[in-house]
Design a protein around this ligand. Structure first.
Ligand code: PAF
Length: 295
């Protein structure tokens, strides 16, 4: 009897998250939200959710009337098809986590729903999409811009939330918002780390136990480089990080660049910017991990 009353109470008072699979259904629900003058916050994800994603969702829930989260592994942003095949997919667990974080609508579309026709758009965001990830993953940011613009058109949020682990991605999204004229506030949220410092990433689940123990050297070295940087040049700081990590078994630095945090152009002297950020990509075995640090 008591249990039955609890179920009834939940039904009437707790807003249960809805799973939406089609654009038409989501837009119908969101137009009802907007008719009430409510603000919509949006967190785009590729699923395999962890506490980093949940920090974005919780912030979105706290700052908007309605929080929409998309779970969509976007094929157009994978320049390596093997990486796409291996990308972890954990939809059932994702749904439970989103519900517990207070998400109102989990948008989980099929590829045909996002791309009814092939998206042939080619973007050019000037300098921000050409360096670092743009150089090593050709086509990656074009695919990100395709899917995020498509999702922005569908959801039309007031605010959208992105994690700073993908530091360059945020710069690209801001450039896209300016170029395409979206009236959407982009909210950058801090990196969430494991207790030992490793930046949370869906790719961490692909590390063996030994690799996971070695991967912590990435954040450890970045943190140490802050002290090093305070007494050394930009070039020496780059060598310090790169050499330290390349000496760890299983780790191979793809690039480490110290850039201006707004333009993403490399700096040569600490005096070149008031906003220096070190951005790194390291292979741990076959798993590609990224991280960054503000100096
Ligand atoms: O950061 C990600 O998970 C993806 O690049 C994004 C923004 C969800 C687009 O697919």
């Amino acid at each position: 009897m008591f249990g039955f009353n609890l179920v009834l109470l939940q039904r009437f008072f707790v807003k249960v998250m809805e799973i939406v699979k089609t654009v038409a259904e989501l837009q119908a629900k969101l137009s009802a939200v907007r008719e009430k003058g409510q603000k919509v916050g949006f967190v785009p994800t590729m699923g395999a959710l962890h506490n980093g994603h949940l920090s974005l969702v919780k912030r979105c829930v706290s700052e908007n009337d309605v929080c929409v989260v998309s779970v969509f592994v976007n094929p157009t942003q994978f320049n390596d098809k093997n990486d796409l095949l291996k990308y972890p997919r954990t939809v059932d667990a994702d749904v439970k986590l989103l519900e517990s974080a207070g998400c109102a609508y989990a948008f989980i579309p099929e590829v045909s729903e996002i791309y009814p026709q092939e998206d042939t758009r080619i973007f050019d965001f000037g300098t921000v999409d050409k360096v670092m990830e743009g150089k090593y993953r050709p086509g990656h940011f074009n695919g990100v811009a395709q899917v995020v613009s498509r999702l922005f058109d569908i959801v039309a949020p007031d605010r959208a939330y992105f994690g700073e682990k993908d530091f360059q991605q945020i710069a690209v999204i801001r450039a896209m918002v300016a170029q395409l004229g979206y009236d959407i506030e982009i909210v950058a949220c801090p990196i969430v780390r494991e207790a030992d410092g490793l930046a949370l990433s869906s790719r961490n689940t692909r590390l063996s136990e030994n690799q996971r123990n070695l991967a912590v050297k990435i954040s450890e070295t970045l943190f140490k480089s802050r002290t090093f940087a305070s007494q050394n040049s930009v070039a020496d700081t780059i060598s310090f990080v790169t050499d330290t990590l390349n000496n760890v078994p299983e780790l191979r630095v793809e690039y480490f660049e110290i850039v201006d945090g707004n333009t993403l152009q490399s700096i040569r002297s600490w005096d070149d910017t008031t906003y220096p950020v070190g951005c790194i990509t390291v292979y741990c075995g076959e798993v590609r991990l990224i991280d960054n640090i503000k100096y």
